[in-house]
Design a protein around this ligand. Structure first.
Ligand code: ATP
Ligand code: MG
Length: 393
């Protein structure tokens, strides 16, 4: 038995590059990365991706996949904008015929914007816009031309193989292609901030690995699952990555037993940073990334950041949210779709053994003295990294 499937493939999507446009000699490197990232974002969809000068064209897809493709392109960094185009042969009659069918009946004023990739076309861009505008007006008498503030713009792009006619530019996320700025290790909690920090770091071209610390059995399986779920939500922005899950249970028990309670968070934070730098050496990450925001909580005063930062010796710590208000971070979390999961009420290792009054201005000498009370501190750090579980996101 034959099943006839009718799928239309009469649209192309032009994808324009963002800041890459400004790159000189390295432009090819950035464009190749973007090409790779677009391919991998669309890898489950049957389509072709062509690389052209300063842009890409997605074609040969079924109409029913269009919205899925647009959604995925909207999460690829390095894209300035994209447009769904109708295609026709590259001659004036075909362009006019197609344009006439695309005129919205509810708009009153318009302008034509033409661009010739094929310079052999008989009219130059100005002439084409003028001629096309005039011919459209003859058929659509409800319209008039407004060059400065039109209700809609008809874009015409004359190419060698085809010409494109379209109306809308959809803005992409901007930024730089993931992978173009190196590889960072993200400290990923189940909170609101760190998933947002991840997306912003990816926006500037960092590819990611992530580390999550848990304190099982004081923290639950669900708390860990929440972090895996968050990681899956940010993956369309960051690309697939490895999540390293590490236990700080023994370290926290040791802090709790031996050290002053008000310093427990500071000590845990230093241990996290130290373990993260140690892992970064093994996985060749070139920086750490966290979701700290100045003054948000006791462990994020400048004095606290200073004592936790000081254990990281060889790589920079990137803090994309350092000057963001919580409300600004929440707006981004909603935009990136992480908010609803982040607010699920599961405990984090930072919230178990929580002191009633954490030190807001910890002193480095005092912190080092507290760490000195734990005789096998270095051993515990080493053991913690040995607990690592690797999850592919
Ligand atoms: P978030 O900051 O993600 O909302 P939070 O508010 O619970 O989570 P903070 O106390 O603000 O966490 O922690 C500051 C930063 O420290 C986090 O953004 C994250 O980068 C890192 N961090 C905190 N807890 C963990 C954890 N359990 N595993 C990995 N990193 C963590
Ligand atoms: Mg926070």
């Amino acid at each position: 038995m034959f099943v006839l499937k009718y799928v239309q493939m009469n649209k192309h999507i032009i994808v324009r590059v963002g800041e890459i446009f400004l790159k000189g000699k390295n432009k090819n490197f950035f464009e190749s990365l973007l090409h790779r990232n677009i391919k991998s974002a669309l890898n489950k969809i049957d389509c072709k991706i062509k690389r052209e000068r300063n842009r890409f064209v997605v074609c040969d897809f079924a109409d029913c996949d269009l919205s899925n493709i647009l959604d995925k392109l909207g999460k690829v960094f390095g894209i300035h904008s994209f447009s769904v185009c109708h295609i026709c042969d590259s001659n004036y009659e075909s362009i006019l015929k197609l344009s006439q069918t695309l005129i919205p009946l509810d708009k009153k004023t318009f302008r034509v914007n033409s661009n010739r990739s094929d310079k052999r076309f008989s009219l130059n861009s100005m002439e084409l816009s003028r001629e096309l505008g005039g011919d459209i007006l003859k058929q659509h008498t409800h319209l008039s031309v407004d060059l400065h503030n039109p209700d809609f713009i008809l874009f015409v792009d004359v190419g060698v193989e085809y010409s494109y006619v379209y109306q809308d530019k959809i803005f992409g996320m901007g930024g730089m292609p993931v992978g173009s700025a190196g590889h960072g290790l993200l400290l990923l909690s189940g909170g609101i901030d760190s998933p947002v920090a991840a997306v912003l770091a990816a926006k500037r071209g960092l590819s990611l690995s992530a580390i999550h610390f848990h304190s099982y059995p004081y923290t639950s399986e669900q708390a860990k699952q929440k972090v895996v779920d968050l990681a899956k939500i940010i993956a369309p922005y960051t690309g697939s990555f490895k999540l390293y899950v590490v236990s700080t249970t023994k370290l926290q028990e040791a802090f709790n037993k031996n050290c002053e309670a008000s310093y427990s968070i500071t000590l845990l934070r230093r241990a996290m940073m130290k373990l993260s730098e140690d892992l970064s050496v093994k996985i060749k990450a070139e920086c750490l990334i966290n979701g700290e925001s100045l003054g948000q909580v006791a462990s994020q005063t400048i004095q606290s950041i200073s004592v936790t930062n000081s254990v990281v010796k060889n790589i920079p710590v990137i803090r994309p949210l350092i000057c963001f208000d919580k409300s600004e971070i929440i707006t981004l979390a909603k935009k990136f779709n992480t908010y609803e999961i982040s607010i699920l009420p599961f405990e984090d290792c930072c919230t178990v053994f929580l002191p009633s009054a954490p030190a807001t201005r910890p002193k480095i000498e005092k912190v080092e003295k507290e760490e000195g009370r734990i005789k096998n501190y270095e051993e515990l750090l080493k053991e913690a990294l040995e607990t690592v579980e690797i999850i592919e996101i």
